[in-house]
Design a protein around this ligand. Structure first.
Ligand code: ATP
Length: 236
């Protein structure tokens, strides 16, 4: 497959056109953005490890009948994906009360939730990514009710699949965010599922395994990506 023009450069990834109809190449950058402070840092090797994590998880979800945009790995830090018309609503799933959720509902940070909580946010840096619901989505033209139902149902399914996958590897999936898009009438999981979008509690070391809380030392951050990838690929 031939990589053509750069179509989009975001904070964590670049998207390229290809010579194959309906396909893009998604390249994972070596850059990491601290969610809390928005601080950017370059971490050598991060793009490759994160691509490995995302390729693995997309294939795992596909094997559980979750449609994803993943087609194949394309070199160390790249994957071939379906070109999607992205739905501008990001789903955030919580299994544990963390940060903003804990503060909003006056819960002790780290309390387990009786049931997972699903929240929707408009993907718009300009508007500060406001929280939205099905009514905003319909009235403001972000997604149809049926599409919102599908992304909600798929997010719950992803949560159940990944929670149990990571549980068996000594990791508690505290929460994650996920994006969806359409090719024709079909809705697919897009973007990435990786250490940039998931938060874990490591039962082995009894501390968080995620980028927002990794020490700012680039070597520590790189170690966190490798630790997760190793845990995913080495256990049965
Ligand atoms: P963030 O998502 O963290 O706010 P960003 O918008 O800068 O940051 P990146 O992850 O760096 O995002 O870039 C990826 C961009 O590509 C996102 O805007 C995402 O919605 C979009 N995207 C992801 N998968 C696809 C796809 N299969 N087809 C078209 N666009 C996609």
């Amino acid at each position: 497959m031939e990589k053509r023009k750069l179509l989009f450069e975001g904070k964590a990834k670049c998207l390229y056109a290809t010579d194959r109809e309906g396909c893009l190449i998604q390249r994972f950058k070596d850059e990491v953005v601290n969610e809390g402070e928005g601080q950017r840092m370059s971490i050598a090797g991060k793009g490759e490890t994160n691509n490995g994590i995302a390729c693995f998880l997309f294939q795992y979800l596909e094997s559980h009948h979750v449609p994803t945009h993943f087609i194949e790995r394309h070199g160390p830090a790249e994957m071939v994906v379906r070109k999607l018309a992205m739905i501008p609503v990001q789903v955030v799933m919580h299994n544990i009360a963390m940060a903003k959720l804990a503060k909003t509902f006056d819960l002790a940070e780290g309390s387990p939730l009786s049931y997972p909580i699903q929240e929707y946010f408009l993907k718009s840096d300009k508007l500060g990514n406001p929280m939205v619901n099905e009514h905003h989505a319909l009235a403001l033209g972000y997604a149809q009710p049926e599409e919102m139902r599908t992304i909600g149902r798929l997010s719950s399914k992803i949560n159940a699949i990944l929670k149990s996958f990571f549980e068996r590897r000594g990791l508690l999936l505290m929460g994650f965010r996920v994006e969806f898009g359409k090719q024709g009438e079909q809705i697919y999981v897009g973007d990435e599922i990786s250490l940039d979008t998931c938060h874990f509690w490591d039962k082995k070391s009894n501390c968080r395994l995620d980028v927002a809380h990794a020490d700012q030392d680039p070597l520590e951050i790189e170690k966190a990506y490798r630790e997760l990838y190793g845990r995913m690929t080495n256990s049965s």
